[in-house]
Write a protein that binds this ligand. Structure first.
Ligand SMILES: [Mn+2]
Length: 379
């Protein structure tokens, strides 16, 4: 009885298979799924997700770095790659991070992004999110490369946003090694002044350049372990900043920790999560940055190497991807003016793409925080 309908089913299938009607070429080779979907009736041909050029989450590509005078499509949140990895102290390879993260996001698209947790679709909340491609950075001279990245941030954030009420676009940078955050903070300073940084990382990254590399030359002192010291020195960040997920050893317990505090940071260690749960971490982060504008930097090495093996300076004993996403989403309501996910070096990933999938979802969470709380710039 149970199987009596099966032959009929096969018959229908066979007939349908003979009557395939191909869609027009534009339908087969749809460049980007992007926007233009009707929120109520949005349907998606999922075969389109893997076609065309890979942008982050199949978002439209916009030439945000076009020359003066060229017309540029407007946007509110810009995803921009920073292919730079010559400021690392361990494994290189993060210059391929931006495209790795895009690859990790190929199954994401505005038409397929309603959250089962919130019921919302962050891409369809009135703020236009686009992919600007990568900033052009030389790999032959770090000083020049970082100046190029400074400029890219200034150009992309200086355009008038698509939303009429909130006129300054916000940027999510796909790293790149962690040095790239320095350029992002120089960019946000122009529009929002000094900000609190929530820094997800296994390492402090506030090392004094005289201790980490700078003894050799000034050039060597600007690297992925010192950029927060430099950001503090340049007055870009507030003394209400905080690290989360710290577990890597320090070289001098007295000096390094005192110096970290002087740079404006409190520390949440990785194991604190075992005691307080994710909500305890969320509460502590929110309390620390209350009343200030916030920049979130996510070094993917905050995750345990079992969840993110493809990174420059892996440290065991970290958080799970679910824990990190719960904490990020729990920060809803903060005034997020810029963010990044960095230190993704795809060459060390596994065939399951564990790291780039995690990084893509981290960026998705960061976009969600931006959309939930629009922020007006001061000029
Ligand atoms: Mn870092």
């Amino acid at each position: 009885m149970l199987f009596s309908w099966l032959p009929a089913c096969f018959l229908v299938g066979a007939v349908l298979a003979r009557e395939i009607t191909f869609p027009p070429v534009a339908g087969i080779q749809h460049p980007i799924v992007g926007y233009g979907v009707d929120q109520d009736t949005a349907s998606l041909d999922i075969s389109q997700l893997m076609s065309g050029i890979a942008t982050y989450a199949n978002l439209p590509y916009v030439h945000c770095l076009a020359n003066d005078g060229e017309e540029v499509e407007k946007y509110d949140i810009a995803v921009m790659g920073a292919p730079f990895d010559t400021g690392v102290t361990a494994r290189p390879g993060a210059r391929f991070g931006p495209n790795g993260i895009r690859q990790g996001s190929r199954r994401m698209a505005p038409a397929f992004s309603w959250s089962v947790y919130t019921g919302k679709n962050v891409f369809l909340e009135g703020f236009k999110v686009v992919d600007c491609g990568d900033a052009p950075l030389t790999f032959l001279d770090n000083t020049v490369a970082l100046k190029q990245l400074d400029k890219a941030h200034k150009v992309v954030s200086a355009r008038t946003a698509n939303n009429t009420e909130y006129s300054t676009p916000r940027i999510i940078t796909l790293g790149g090694d962690h040095t790239t955050t320095l350029s992002a903070l120089r960019g946000t300073y122009d529009h929002w002044g000094a900000v609190s940084v929530i820094h997800f990382d296994s390492h402090l990254d506030t090392w004094d350049p005289d201790v980490l590399g700078g003894g050799l030359s000034h050039y060597a002192g600007v690297n992925h372990g010192t950029f927060l010291h430099i950001a503090h020195e340049e007055g870009l960040i507030k003394n209400t900043s905080i690290h989360a997920g710290i577990r890597a050893p320090v070289s001098n317990p007295k000096y390094d920790l005192k110096h970290d505090k002087a740079c404006g940071f409190n520390i949440i260690t990785a194991r604190e999560l075992d005691k307080t749960g994710t909500q305890g971490i969320i509460d502590k982060l929110k309390e620390r940055v209350a009343g200030s504008k916030v920049y979130i930097s996510v070094d993917i090495d905050v995750l345990d190497p079992s969840y993110a093996p493809a990174t420059g300076t892996a440290e065991v004993g970290g958080w799970t991807t679910r824990e990190l996403l719960t904490i990020l989403d729990g920060l809803e309501g903060i005034e997020l003016i810029g963010a990044d996910v960095v230190e993704v070096a795809p060459i060390y990933d596994n065939p399951g793409e564990t790291t780039v999938l995690a990084a893509a979802e981290v960026a998705h969470s960061l976009i969600g925080l931006m959309v939930e709380k629009p922020v007006k710039s001061h000029g």
